[in-house]
Design a binder for this molecule. Sequence first.
Ligand SMILES: [Fe+2]
Ligand SMILES: [Fe+2]
Length: 210
Amino acid sequence: MTAMPAAAPIDLLPPGLLDFLHVATPDAWVDWALSQPELLLIDHAQCEKKAASTAMSLLYRYVDRPLLLAKMSQLAREELLHFEQVVGLMEARGIAYRHLSASRYAEGLRRHARGEEPYRLVDVLIIGALIEARSCERFARLIPHLDAELAKFYRGLVKSEGRHYEDYLMLARQAAPEAIDDRIAFLAEREADLITMPDSAFRFHSGVPA
Ligand SMILES: [Fe+2]
Ligand SMILES: [Fe+2]
């Protein structure tokens, strides 16, 4: 009897995720990431920490939304666990954790968030869904090129970040007074711009090498 072949990483993505993102990660980014394995892990650790902190700030700001509180509390814990796991992997590989400047990506998205509630919350949640979806897609793209240990870790992350994307999108629809498809399309287009434009420094969410 032959073993079932492992699912292709791209098959692990939640349905609809690749349509939600308007562009696939360019191959040039994948090559850039593989040429800097240390930077990839250090910035990945930063991203997990930042994801936890974004969820925590929503917990402070929107105390009157029980579903958001439950989901964001769980999400913050999961992101901190991912953070510990990346830092553990770095330690095992002798990679020193150092400070890195943030990429333009998250700020480049957040500056489009509207100021007035509930639109501010809706936009922040859509942006959260975009960041999670992109992370999920990038982990899946990297997996075929990684060593067994890192590939296994990233397979697990594809699943959890995929669930985070779904949770953020569900919360955005729940918080919105009307349909949000146009708003999603607008923000996804800004996201696609950031992903396809040249970037000076490599980061987990950077564009392509300048
Ligand atoms: Fe994570
Ligand atoms: Fe996540």
